[in-house]
Design a protein around this ligand. Structure first.
Ligand SMILES: Cc1ncc(COP(=O)(O)O)c(C=O)c1O
Length: 406
């Protein structure tokens, strides 16, 4: 009951009340408060929590937004984006992913997160199933729940990729109730990157059971060593027909706050999505769309600089984590996360990944995200979108913490 006498539990929708708060945003709030307190004592938190590039948005992209504002490109546009942005997206798919689309196949929205929400709303009726491979990015399951669908989790193998036997078993069990599967490669939180034959095997199962694929490729540019990114839609016309590719400028160009994401799909899907966008949000920010045109069509030099820097950090952090007793770790092929298995350090006081992350923050002032938030309690996620100095200091603190609790 509120002070005004209203019973908000009854007044507000079950849909809103059943939704979980984003664990990463909740964690950031907690860290901010803790950090403020620590700074007064001359200490500070090393933040490996949020998945946010630590680079500034490149100058050419900022300039394009400034020019757009000066030229008064500040009005409503088509809800699904300006023609110039859609053309730049088309060209990107053609050049980089070997995929041919028409303008009618393209949709630009307010970041990949909002585009994903519109896709899920477009497909899902009450109780329809969406397959979510574990470990998963935190918003997938909640967006499915918001659409009154049912997330069903697919187990992972030792490489933290989809266990194909489990996928087939689930398809047999639920049959036609399954509408969608959400693939995410490079993966948040594990950094795992699917190779061609793995994606082909998944595609075969999806075609067999009539499951549409959302392929979230927002980290495609951050892949390391000889690893390659493949878009499952590029393997055949049949797979292209059932795949909705989601991408964004957010991570690739360090533009998280600009809120431009996009997708490519069959025009029947885009047409329905456009109606939702017309009614629910209208176009994404107009100057940000012009900035995204420059990001996609302009110089890609800054992406290479960021990628090389992430690769150095990944190599350093992987080698350090591997040398810590009772920690197991896969080498991430992409993204800017590493996902060590810390379950070898569980004890009477630290019984799960939440306890581990809490204690690490409180005792050694390092912020990480508990693996339970991504569906697997054995792990924690470390984001290495942080400066090398902070990574060195953070891993020193992490190592000390692990030694103490071993
Ligand atoms: C896998 C994945 N998909 C989508 C998003 C959302 O991206 P955007 O900032 O463009 O909404 C994120 C952001 O963390 C992500 O990690």
């Amino acid at each position: 009951m509120s002070g005004n006498g209203y019973d908000f539990n009854k007044i507000l929708s079950q849909r809103a009340q059943n939704l979980e708060a984003s664990p990463t945003f909740a964690l950031e709030k907690k860290i901010d408060a803790f950090d403020l307190k620590l700074k007064k004592e001359g200490q500070f938190v090393i933040r490996f929590g949020i998945g946010q590039p630590d680079f500034n948005t490149p100058e050419n992209i900022k300039d394009a937004a400034k020019t757009a504002i000066d030229e008064n490109k500040t009005k409503y546009t088509a809800s699904t984006g300006i023609r110039e942005l859609k053309s730049a997206i088309l060209e990107k798919f053609r050049k980089e992913n070997d995929l041919e689309y028409e303008l009618e196949n393209i949709f630009a929205g307010n970041g990949a997160k909002q585009v994903l929400d519109v896709i899920i709303r477009t497909f899902i009726n009450k109780e329809d199933i969406v397959l979510v491979p574990v470990p998963y990015w935190v918003s997938y399951t909640q967006q499915v729940i918001l659409s009154e669908g049912k997330p069903v989790f697919v187990k992972c193998n030792k490489d933290l990729k989809i266990d194909l036997n489990d996928l087939e078993k689930i398809c047999i069990k639920y049959g036609k109730k399954i509408k969608l599967i959400i693939l995410n490669s490079p993966n948040n939180p594990s950094g795992a990157v699917y190779n061609k034959s793995e994606l082909e095997a998944i595609g075969k199962i999806c075609l067999k059971y009539g499951i549409f694929i959302i392929s979230d490729e927002v980290y495609e540019k951050f892949i390391y060593g000889d690893v390659r990114h493949y878009s499952i839609a590029s393997f055949s016309e049949e797979l292209k027909e059932i795949t909705i590719i989601v991408n964004a400028v957010s991570k690739t160009y360090s533009m998280t706050g600009w809120r431009i994401g996009y997708c490519a799909a069959a025009r029947e899907i885009i047409n329905q999505m456009a109606k939702i966008q017309d009614q629910a949000s209208s176009n994404p920010c107009t100057p940000a769309q012009w900035a995204a045109v420059e990001a996609l069509a302009g110089s890609q030099e800054s992406v290479n600089v960021m990628k090389n820097e992430y690769e150095k950090r990944r190599n350093y952090i992987f080698q350090r984590l591997c040398s810590i007793k009772n920690i197991k770790c896969n080498l991430p092929g992409g993204a800017f996360y590493i996902f060590p298995d810390i379950s070898g350090l569980f004890n009477n006081e630290i019984k799960n990944s939440f306890d581990f992350a809490d204690q690490l923050l409180e005792k050694d002032f390092v912020a990480v995200v508990p693996g339970a938030a991504f569906g697997d309690d054995r792990f924690i996620r470390i984001s290495y979108a942080a400066s090398m100095n902070n990574i060195k200091e953070g891993i020193d603190r992490f190592e000390n913490f692990c030694k103490r609790i071993s």
